[in-house]
Design a protein around this ligand. Sequence first.
Ligand code: GTR
Length: 446
Amino acid sequence: MSSRPLHLSARFSLPLRVILGVAFGGSLVSTVWAPPKGFNYDESKVPPYNLPDPLVDESGKKIDAETWNASRRGEVLDLFCENVYGVQPPRPEGMRWEVYERSGEAFGGKAIRKQVKLFIQGDEAGPTLDLLMYLPKDLPEPAPVFLGLNFRGNHTIHADTAITLNSEWMRKGEGIVDHRATEATRGTLAGRWPVERILGRGFGVATIYCGDIDPDFDDGFENGVHALYPDLQNRGDNFSTISAWAWGLSRAMDYLEEDEDVDHRRVAVLGHSRLGKTALWAGATDERFAMVVSNNSGCGGAALSRRRFGETIERINTSFPHWFCENHRRFNGNEDALPVDQHALIALIAPRLVYVASASEDQWADPFGEFLSAKEGSRVYELLGSEGIPEDAEWPAAGDHLHGEAVGYHLREGKHDVEEFDWDFYLSFAEERMLPAERPKPGISQ
Ligand code: GTR
């Protein structure tokens, strides 16, 4: 990819084009997790860099919208497969599912709860993914849905005792015994999933535990769905864990397309942190997702790798050798050689809706670098006749947001997490843009 110098610096003044966000629910409590020492958290020490330009082809020619759609988008996608996340297999032929539990009486009769088992190979012998769904009950039409993976089992997103307790491998943590969840973990991540609030806004929620797809540890790709695809291992562009998680989201989408209670044309895929990286990759690889939400996704997610601010490629490939493909290690300490950067991942979602959210204390994830990606990726939105984050937009102050027609961004005050503050912006952004409405068409909100 040819490159484009980025002459952007952090500007910390309150931008004129931005309104103050609604600041309830924001955590001002400082994080117990201190960012690792020995990494750069100083804007003035960000090295100069040139960003590869997705809008210029290999021969150095500037491309038009037609060429983007016909070939350039595919080339950029291939570069990400080859150098960052690795390849994915197609949908398995024998895959089937079973709605094994359904209730129209969830939350005092206000919602429908469904639990669905996806049999990846068609039977119990292969991997199974457990999908939990809540849908608003009194909608005249099929419901738009937010779909996201969760970190610790479906039973952690709400205290509802009818949710199946996950029995797969889990990382160590409170209430986890011998790497398995116990009853004590029910509802422990409910703060990140305000289910009733989401339903109240007319959206459904669907989630799968990421470990059902692939347990989050470096096991040489022998368990989870990887075991089914040995040919996709031991190669530079191997089927990595993030690629497998994204692939699992696509399998969930296969089901949602067939569920008559769901408006599959209005599915937003969302994720936090490592699962935010995953949501972006799912949105890039699967154009059925109408909207993509990256919550504090950081390095290998929305943040620009070339900035080397907070977590770096070398550090992430060392701490989590299974997340990215083998070829990605070539760029350890060698970011400028990467033929893409993460703004091009945002561009791959165009012209569909994308939302990038940062948190002010989440320096490890490089909040400003996440914003720059959203802004630079917006150039492809503009090419396609849509409006993203304008080129002259400044980085919103903590608590503020900037919503373009198709690209949204906010900077929450506080630490690395998902809070109601974040959800309220995701819901408003989706509501104004996804719901068929006699509503006024949104522009930049001021
Ligand atoms: C951190 C990792 C980040 C982020 C985070 C998470 O340890 O360095 O890239 O993904 O984990 O997923 O919570």
